[in-house]
Design a protein around this ligand. Sequence first.
Ligand SMILES: Nc1ncnc2c1ncn2[C@@H]1O[C@H](COP(=O)(O)OP(=O)(O)OP(=O)(O)O)[C@@H](O)[C@H]1O
Ligand SMILES: [Mg+2]
Length: 461
Amino acid sequence: MGIQKRLVGSYFVVICLTVLILEIILNVSVRYYYFHNIEETLMNQAELSASFFQQYFGDQDLEEQSDRLLKGFASHSDAQVQIINVEGRLLQDSNGLQGDLIMTEYIDVQAAIKGQPGSWKGADPNTEEAIYAVSYPLQANGNIVGGVRFITSLTETIHTVKQITVLLIGVGIIVIGIVTLLGLLLSWTITRSIKDLKQAADQMTEGDFSIRVHKRYQDELGSLADTLNMMASRISKSEQLKNDFIASVSHELRTPLTSIKGWAITLKASEVSNQPLFYDGLDIIESESDRLTHMVDELLDFSKLDNGRIAVHFTSVDLTELLQHIGRQLTPRATRQGISLDVKIEEHLPVIQADENRVKQVMINLIDNSLKFTGSSGRIFITAHTVPGKVVISVEDTGSGIAETDLENVRQKFYKGDQQASGSGLGLSISEQIIKLHHGELRISSTLGKGTIVQFDLPIE
Ligand SMILES: Nc1ncnc2c1ncn2[C@@H]1O[C@H](COP(=O)(O)OP(=O)(O)OP(=O)(O)O)[C@@H](O)[C@H]1O
Ligand SMILES: [Mg+2]
């Protein structure tokens, strides 16, 4: 069953039950109010009449005075009044009922001649009308001499109560109708958003990540739509990156391979005696093979890091020694490019626990970037200093800098600021992962055209 049906269904059941319970309570209250009112009025009148009799007629004969009494009692009431003697025989009736009627069949009369007030509800023997009767004992000198009976028709009251009931049922039906409509509307707004989401998700399953969900409301479903859209755009982006990467890796692999193959052909065709040419060619083949090996290593490394399959082996590392060694190693390349490479290290750097080869790899990645993106007569500074709890190492250059739009993406795998530039876009991503494995942090700040600073910390303990 669909969400809409379930929602509206439960809504409907709840509201019907509520309305039903309310209607029953209201109906019972209305009935009680009307009938109780009548009973009370009649009882009051009867009681009043009885006390009036006791006070003024107590020492006279009931049967003789019944005519006068009736007139007195009836003049204060709209109800039908009857006077009954102690045997239950009807003496007087304000409606003119005649004949020696014995009234003991009515329980209210039975009660009255025994000395208790009583009431009775039933059908009038002549008119079949619903009536209500109240009897009250008449006392004289402590003896019961008869009773007074007040009778009223219930027809009008029953009619009124019926009308109120019909009105209540009408209102109830209208309420149920309105609430059901509202429920339908509400569930429609929910299911509409869900349907949108489902449709978009289906299309994404088919591989179409260009689809975006229309966000209808600022609610949980709206934020789910945002999440889905974000997910789709991330997936598209990483698809794009993957394609760019494959293109750039193929390109990167092709260049050294072309050169190796070219030299192999040249050497094959050349005279064996041409020694200098041979050495040049073999040199190039060697360096190009190194480049290939390096690239393949980087890729393997990356996939291992990405899967979390790489482990770091901590040993005591003398950072001063390490950084100076790297500086010496890369100075020839910097000099070739006309770039100055300065290593400025604070004295007495502590010995830290780290994976030496991995830290070296990070440094080489960072310096390689600086060398790649800095023109001749540029400068590169490698610095290291301690702050409480950690060593901060930074590589700063006066190169091209990184555009602000690229800055947040450069750590992503395969991301290159310039697709034409050499490299696979993995250097920073790998470096960041390695630093994370050392519980440190890698930060990049850069100004386009001015230069770049890449900084990372390594905890001292
Ligand atoms: N020092 C820098 N100056 C200017 N741009 C930089 C610098 N370092 C990184 N970038 C930008 O960040 C991008 C990503 O760098 P990253 O080191 O991850 O990849 P890469 O150098 O392109 O390739 P790889 O390091 O795998 O050979 C670079 O393509 C470049 O656009
Ligand atoms: Mg790089």
